[in-house]
Structures are given as structure tokens and as C-alpha cells.
Design a binder for this molecule. Structure first.
Ligand code: GLN
Length: 381
């Protein structure tokens, strides 16, 4: 069997969700909201199922959605994307990442990834024959540094995979860090595969800055987005890839043999959703920030050192100052069985030199869910 996949454990998100089900626990592990998502967008999908096309849509995605993506990014980020040659629809962000990595990476290429690293990146780089070069980001700020980049970029660097906003650390990178990364990509002629699925989930007036918008990056960045995260409909698995034609063309060749296409009715509904007014997106951010603050203040009052969350559905706590004498993984196993609350150990996002004291909680939940979880955790530390 293929050694890249044969010995891999089931993903930490699935494993923790299973443990949550087995223990009848509140699941603050895997990142998904516990409300059903915007009703008008779900209705648009239902209408399209009943009255629209249910046969294969075009391999690149329905034109309506590709135009809506281009228009959405023009409006929010001033990007000028040609919907027909620079936008493709995928079955979720994970497929978009896999297609992009397989398109760009050749055997022997070095690919820079940042730890904490989302769990799908490394196996796919290895499947492509790439050699991952790991950069370890440090809590509590997880910023990029010139020194760290200088240590990994070489003439063998083919690509860098960058997740911004960063899951699980909940960082929204400032322009300064993006410019630093852009400078290295240009100096070493590297392609940036930028996982921006959390682009709309940013708090406290922060703006997400797409790496592709940084001068010099337009033709060397593959930008990945996800309707699941934008509209809190994580099970829909509708993603987008935006890139200059030479990059998108090859990514599309991979996509055609991964999933070929994506449910047409969901594409129609996402196209509708992307046209919603700014108010919708700003209100979503405000609502999620209220949930973040509710969980953060509850955890603080129990005694957890909470690290600030700038974006995503997640906040992290650092167990180190508590002197618990247990790893993040042991802590997560203990709270799911003893307190019936599931969370994710951040060490699962490391391949080496793991940070083993940080735990991720998902706050994209109803108030009652968060309050019950907090009650259950009240004597956990
Ligand atoms: N992105 C989600 C998270 O970080 C997990 C998605 C998945 O389980 N594949 O929780």
C-alpha cells in the first residue's frame, strides 16, 4: 500500500468528533457552527435542486459562480480576476489545496510549510514527491520572522504553503508579514499556495489581506477560498481557486481527476450568497466575535490562560502556566471523558518540535452550548 497514506492516523478532527460522540460530549473540537446557516442561501440551494440543473455542471464551475467569486474579490480586496481563466470551483478547500499542490510540486522540490500546519498539507506534498521544509511559529503571536524564512528558503524551494488567517492559532497576518513572505517568494522564485479559507472570519475591525494582492505576487500566488467557512455551511464543500492562467490551467488538470466538478445546486446558492451586502459579512463577524468573547471570558474566569483570537472559529488556551503536568493531548482526552467537552490539541498540527501545551476550542456555537461547556469545565483546572 502507498506508504504516504498507509500509516497515517485518521485526522485529529474526525478522531476527536468520534470521541465526542462516544462520550456524549459537547464538541468544541472540529470547527463547525451548531446553527443551520443562512436560510436564504439554503433556500436558494433547495430551489436549484427542485428547479435547476442536476446534471454535470462545467468542470471549472458554473459561470455564474466564477463571476460571483471574481466580483466578490474585486469588491472586498480590489482584485482584478478574469472569471473564465483565473477562477475555478472545487469541492471544498481541501480539494483546492490538493489540486494546487499536485499541480505545482515536482519530485525533489522543496516546499515550505509553517507549523502549526493543517493536517492535509504534508501528506499531499509527499505524495507529489516534494520535500517539506518546516518553519516553527512560536506562541503566543505566531508571527513570521526574517530569520526563520532565511533558514528555509533555498534555490530548491518550489512553493510555500501559507494559511492566513491561521488555523489553529487564530492569527490574522498583518501586511508587514505578508510583504516579508512576498519578498522571499520573489527572491527565490517560489509559488505561494495561500489557504485563505478563513478570510471573512476576522475580528475587531481587522482586514484580511490576500497574499495575491501584495505587489509582485499576482502571478505567483494560488489563492484558495471556501464557501463553507464564508457562510458557515461547512458540509457543503464548495471551494474556489484563483490564480493566473498558467497556474490555474494545471490546477484544473488535477481537479478534473479528483472530483471533476461540484454539486451544481450548491454552486448556484453560493453564487447568490457571495452577492450579499457588506452588512451580512460584517454582522457575521460581529456575531462570531460575541461568541468568542463569551467563551474567552468564561474560560478566563475558570482560570485558563486564553490567547487572543484575531480570526477563525477558534481560540486557544495555553496550559503551560497552569503547571498541570500533562500534555495538550492528555488534557483533551481527560476533558472529553471526564467533563464531556471535546477540544483539539494543537500538538496535532506539528510534525516535529511540537508545542504541547496549547489547546484549541471552537466558539462558533450557540450561547447555550458554550455556557454548558463552560459549566462542565468549571473545575477542570
Ligand atoms: N477545518 C476544520 C477544523 O480545523 C476541520 C475540517 C475537517 O475535519 N476536515 O476544525
Amino acid at each position: 500500500m502507498n506508504p504516504v497514506f498507509a500509516d497515517l492516523p485518521v485526522t485529529v478532527f474526525e478522531a476527536m468528533s468520534q470521541l465526542a460522540r462516544d462520550n456524549n460530549a459537547i464538541n468544541l473540537g472540529q470547527g463547525f457552527p451548531d446553527d443551520p446557516g443562512p436560510e436564504d442561501i439554503r433556500r436558494a440551494a433547495a430551489d436549484a435542486v427542485l428547479h435547476g440543473n442536476n446534471q454535470y455542471p462545467s468542470m471549472m464551475g458554473i459561470p455564474e459562480l466564477r463571476q460571483a467569486v471574481a466580483k466578490h474579490y474585486a469588491h472586498w480586496h480590489g482584485l482584478n480576476l478574469d472569471p473564465m481563466t483565473e477562477v475555478m470551483v472545487t469541492s471544498g478547500g481541501t480539494e483546492a489545496l490538493t489540486a494546487s499542490i499536485l499541480a505545482v510540486v515536482e519530485p525533489g522540490d522543496e516546499v515550505i510549510v509553517f507549523q502549526p500546519v493543517y493536517d492535509s498539507y504534508l501528506p499531499i506534498i509527499r505524495q507529489a514527491g516534494g520535500i517539506p521544509k518546516l518553519v516553527r511559529l512560536e506562541p503566543p503571536y505566531w508571527r513570521l520572522t526574517e530569520e526563520a524564512l532565511r533558514a528555509v528558503f533555498t534555490h530548491k524551494t518550489r512553493a510555500v504553503l501559507f494559511n492566513n488567517p491561521l488555523n489553529p492559532a487564530a492569527v490574522v497576518y498583518p501586511r508587514e508579514d505578508l510583504e516579508l513572505l512576498a519578498r522571499f517568494c520573489q527572491q527565490f522564485d517560489a509559488i505561494a499556495i495561500c489557504d485563505e479559507v478563513w478570510e471573512h472570519v476576522v475580528f475587531d475591525g481587522r482586514a484580511h489581506i490576500p497574499l495575491i494582492s501584495i505587489p509582485g505576487m499576482r502571478d505567483r500566488t494560488i489563492k484558495i477560498g471556501s464557501a463553507g467557512k464564508i457562510f458557515s455551511l461547512t458540509g457543503w464543500k464548495v471551494g474556489f481557486v484563483c490564480a493566473a492562467p498558467p497556474l490555474l490551467r494545471v490546477t484544473a488538470k488535477v481537479h478534473q481527476f479528483l472530483t471533476f466538478t461540484t454539486a451544481p445546486n450548491l454552486q448556484v446558492a453560493v453564487a447568490y450568497g457571495l452577492g450579499k451586502s457588506d452588512d451580512y459579512f460584517l454582522q457575521m463577524r460581529r456575531d462570531l466575535a460575541v461568541s468568542r468573547d463569551r467563551l474567552a471570558s468564561g474560560l478566563k474566569s475558570i482560570g485558563f490562560p486564553v490567547i487572543q483570537s484575531q480570526g477563525t472559529y477558534f481560540l486557544t488556551v495555553d496550559l503551560a502556566p497552569l503547571g498541570l503536568n500533562e500534555t495538550d493531548e492528555a488534557f483533551c482526552r481527560r476533558i472529553v471523558t471526564d467533563y464531556k467537552v471535546a477540544a483539539i490539541p494543537v500538538s496535532a498540527f506539528y510534525e516535529e518540535d511540537a508545542v504541547t501545551s496549547v489547546v484549541r476550542f471552537c466558539f462558533a456555537k450557540k450561547d447555550a452550548t458554550l455556557d454548558t461547556a463552560l459549566e462542565r469545565l468549571s473545575d477542570a483546572v
